[in-house]
Design a protein around this ligand. Sequence first.
Ligand code: CO
Length: 495
Amino acid sequence: MGENLEKLKTHLRKISKFENALSLLHWDLETYMPRNASEKRAEIIGEIAGYTFKEFTSDKTFELLLKAENEAQTTEDKALIRVTKKEFEKSKKIPPELFIEFQIESSKAQNAWQLAKKEDDFNLFKPHLEKIVNLSKEIAEHLGYEENRYDALLDNYEPGLNTKDLLNMLPSLRNFLINLLEKIENSTRPKKDILIGKFEVKKQKILSEFILKKLNFDFNSGRLDLSEHPFTITISHNDVRITTKYDERDIRKGIFGTIHECGHALYEMGIPEKLRGLPIGNGASMGIHESQSRFWENIIGRSYNFWKYFYPKLTEIFPHFSNISLEEFWRSINTVEKSLVRVEADEVTYNLHIMLRFEIEEGLINDKIKVSDLPEMWNQKMKEYLGITPKSYKEGVLQDIHWALGSFGYFPSYMLGNLYAAQIYYSLLKDLENIDEKIENGEFIEILNWLREKIHSKGKIYEPQELISQISGEKLNPNYFIDYLNLKYKKIYNL
Ligand code: CO
């Protein structure tokens, strides 16, 4: 291997060690940090993050990139140059003053959003959101785009995907979902209340750990802890941590939250050592990352066969379920209903929540919608897509933190994750035999090894559309998701 390429890798790996330290500080902040430490902790994180950013955007990185470029021969090394160069150029395009202003305004906006949500008053958030939208537009202008300003922001989360492609995909998917929802609404509903009761946290923890072990989450290279909002974070090689949140009343949150984060963690645990510490040692995109969590949470974790294996364990831990049939339980965990809140939405309605947000933010970034129009637009789309109208701002336009963070372009990742997951699942069914039998016997290693080979081992070497084409022979195609839902919910609701 070329000498300069080697030097570049050493340089990047050195920088990544500061990122490792930042990850640990973040993890601690979300889990065990004493509350009074928050101000100082933010200062420490800011200092180290600033230093890391400076090192990455330094002349040294630029010189090494230039020298190493000609030495890259393998797909992997070429990808390393391409991804590093792109990240380097992006960070150079935004003027430092603009970056700092954005940081300050977004931190103010987060506080305002919290207060506005608490007081249920959109006007408290409105001026801050206006600033954030304007700054985001400005950032998009600096980043550059070909035809749609939103492309510049979407690219931060889903490289290679265009706003136009995404917009074209929506109408047929939306019609399908609205139709399916309508049919489900008119059929006999499963009893959801059997999932509500008193479920001791201690026992839920035992169940979560049991499931994680069975799914091949490696406790020697990871941890499970508690936090307000579940997340996955990679500290370094062999140290991938997830969190969950148990609800004493509702058993679903702990179980499916844990499986969701496990899916993210298995992806991270499967990134090969040789890619670690390099810009290609991450997931391919936010959408592909979310596909891994949704695959395990919904396609596997909410399947009948999965519970055929786990139901005896569940009833052993919570004898309450011994009076309820497996069939009934399975139907209940797949209840579909019109709801106001995204994070509580089921597989069928979830993407409708995302479409609404995507359409609104795309409109904001392209000056088609004004911030002052938001509450009305939100309610109108809710009515149109889900047939319900929020009675408050906190259950409506103020429910998510994303816009306060200035994360425009992020929301589509959730939808893309669901779509990719189904497409990946259909490819897996073609490649592996007797999947249902394996799941029902609690054997998940073959599925995981397949995901490792096709996705995890590739890190960020390929852009998402290339990766999904390699796996399935075609680019992103929502019809797989449509087929998957059709088949599953026909059975559950006898449609
Ligand atoms: Co996720």
